[in-house]
Ligand binder design. Structure first.
Ligand code: S3P
Length: 424
């Protein structure tokens, strides 16, 4: 589907309630499936990815009932059942990598499958630590489908070269079912939702610096309130900063420090952003964010900042086109392994719009400030975050643009366009 985006006739003004966090929704449904009893998840995401996690858990014998539009009850015996079908993770890397950790230690065989994009994404990063724990996983060339024959696992102390919350969560979840203690050490801290939620559900888990340590534990059912997704808010933050005259407030956004790299970048760029009304929701910090149109300057984004904003880099590239001077993104080579090769894709598509942006092996360099020119068609490459980043770019082009494959936004943020339109 081609979506045409035109620059708005006026500034963006008003409030947006940012929909549910995707990472937290996955974890809430998966971890509740491991608890004996009924958990209630409030503000569960309507994105296709968390729904893939829900479908996989149901195929493993868990009961799920929507109580109203966005509240869901998960009932489980705490013991997963052998599935009769292969477990379809759709487009969701989080579903596949977290479930691999859980299924490796169950008493049955199962197969995780994914769509075309997910079947090209690297799975050796989870197969390697799981195999060291004693798992039996067959995967053609390290890709999905993953056929997992459940085994008795042993705890390990795993030191990862990659700062990845999916790999960390996979190993920690395998550790829940393994004999002895499991630890996972990463070079920089990636998002720690797994650690927070498992602790909230009673697991024996602790963190020391960049190491998380877990012992086999039983999880208790809980009520979880999920905050808004800062990765979804990022598109509105960027739009508010670059559409002249804008002033918007984003409500109920998750502000876990392992996810707020975008806020640090906006501050480095000199953007006007304030946090209002901070609270804690089910162990996770949250609050409202106000952003106003700003003069921006380039900055360097690297090292420990990268895992804290990994999903925001495509829209940060758009922001950087409107910042004076150079913005350099380094140490982000794993962006090439996301739903698309996000380095190549964002550089190619923003170049079509007249941006001065160049690809590097581990990131990109943008030289601003450049006016963006419309009247062209760009490609979302089956990637939800690219589709929404290009939409934000379309808001400041001189003419409308067409985005091919815009329907992929449904993976994480089906409400995106309606909410954006409410501000225009
Ligand atoms: C996620 C972790 C990140 C992120 C993805 C969601 C998670 O992936 O890019 O969108 O929920 O754990 P990596 O762990 O592969 O960096």
């Amino acid at each position: 589907m081609i979506k045409f985006v035109s620059p708005p006739k006026k500034s963006l003004k008003g409030f947006v309630t940012i929909p549910s966090d995707k990472s937290l929704s996955h974890r809430a449904v998966i971890f509740s499936s491991l608890a004996n009893g009924t958990s209630v998840i409030n503000n569960f995401s309507k994105g296709a990815d968390p729904l893939s996690s829900l479908a996989v858990c149901k195929a493993l014998g868990v009961q799920a009932e929507f109580k109203n539009d966005d509240s869901i009850e998960i009932t489980s015996s705490g013991i997963l059942q052998k599935p009769f079908v292969s477990l379809d993770c759709g487009n969701s890397g989080t579903t596949m990598r977290l479930m691999a950790g859980i299924l490796a230690g169950q008493g049955f065989k199962s197969t995780l499958t994914g769509d075309e994009s997910l079947s090209k994404r690297p799975m050796r990063r989870v197969i390697e630590p799981l195999s060291l724990m004693g798992a039996d996983i067959q995967a053609p060339n390290g890709h999905a489908p993953l056929t997992i024959s459940g085994k008795k696992l042993c705890g390990i102390d795993y030191v990862s070269k990659l700062a990845s919350a999916q790999v960390k969560s996979c190993v920690l979840l395998a550790g829940l079912f393994a004999q002895g203690v499991t630890s996972f050490t990463e070079p920089y801290l990636s998002r720690n939702h797994t650690e927070i939620m498992l602790k909230y559900m009673g697991a024996d888990i602790r963190t020391e610096g960049c190491t998380s340590i877990i012992k086999p534990s039983n999880l208790s059912p809980v009520n979880i309130d999920i905050c808004g997704d800062i990765s979804s808010a990022a598109f509105f933050i960027a739009a508010g900063l670059i559409v002249p005259g804008s002033d918007i407030i984003l409500k109920h956004v998750g502000l876990n420090p392992t996810r707020t790299g975008i806020i640090d970048v906006v501050k480095m760029m000199g953007g006007q952003l304030q946090i209002l009304d901070e609270t804690i929701k089910s162990g996770e910090p949250a609050g409202d964010i106000r952003v106003q149109y700003s003069d921006l300057k380039g900055c360097v984004i690297e090292k420990d900042l990268i895992p804290r904003l990994i999903d925001e880099l495509p829209v940060i590239a758009v922001l950087a086109t409107q910042a004076q001077g150079e913005t350099i993104v380094k140490n982000a080579e794993d962006l090439r392994n996301k739903e698309s090769d996000r380095i190549k894709a964002v550089v190619g598509e923003l170049t079509k719009l007249g941006a001065n942006i160049k690809e590097t092996p581990d990131g990109f360099i943008v030289c601003g400030k450049s006016p963006l020119t419309g009247g062209v068609q760009v490609e979302a490459f089956h990637d939800h975050r690219l589709a929404m980043s290009l939409y934000v770019a379309g808001l400041i082009c001189d003419k409308s643009i067409g985005i091919n494959g815009f329907e992929w936004v449904d993976i994480s943020f089906p409400e995106f366009e309606r909410l954006m339109n409410n501000l225009c």
